[in-house]
Design a protein around this ligand. Sequence first.
Ligand code: ADP
Ligand code: MG
Length: 199
Amino acid sequence: MLDADFFRRWMTAMAASVDREAERLTALDSAIGDADHGSNMQRGFVNVATALEQEAPGTPGVVLMLAAKQLISKVGGASGPLYGTLLRRTGKALGDAPEVSEEQLAQALREGVEAVRTLGGAAPGDKTMVDALLPAVDALGESFAAARTAAEEGAVATTPLQARKGRASYLGERSIGHQDPGATSSALLIAALAEAHGE
Ligand code: ADP
Ligand code: MG
């Protein structure tokens, strides 16, 4: 079973990861966006880590909803509300249980990804974070490590795609040949999940 401490470890592992990878995320966003994705994610997750330390929420659902609140209020870009929605909906789906099963997490995360799709209107193949998150959710039934691999492969597979949503879509065909920054940070989020699980 996965308790509040597991979810806290997930969020702090993600904060450390975006800190390490901020330059790479920004470089990807400078190719097909406005060069702020690394700093957006860094600012967002620094605030998530601080809020979790200060408030020490006691259930998985509250951990994720508190994280979501920080991302929505502290990140100006498209990614703040989208990641905020992902975590808020996932947290809401987990309810107020003190511990949740891996199956419950997989189902909740699926609802979270659906909420991202509803908010942003992105379909698979539109070269967005959805292209990493959706395969990850599908693979999570198998294992956390499988989800990490699926997310990484999904992010890499955005390279030959033309962006149809977000800032990168303004570039049209010129968005082809670059890996999507948001799909890349989503792969980090799933890798942090596997790391929190010891995989
Ligand atoms: P902004 O585009 O406002 O500068 P960021 O640079 O932080 O925000 O995030 C860009 C990422 O957000 C993109 O690489 C993409 O993965 C994701 N994104 C943008 N718009 C959408 C959308 N409508 N649906 C899903 N993801 C999106
Ligand atoms: Mg940007």
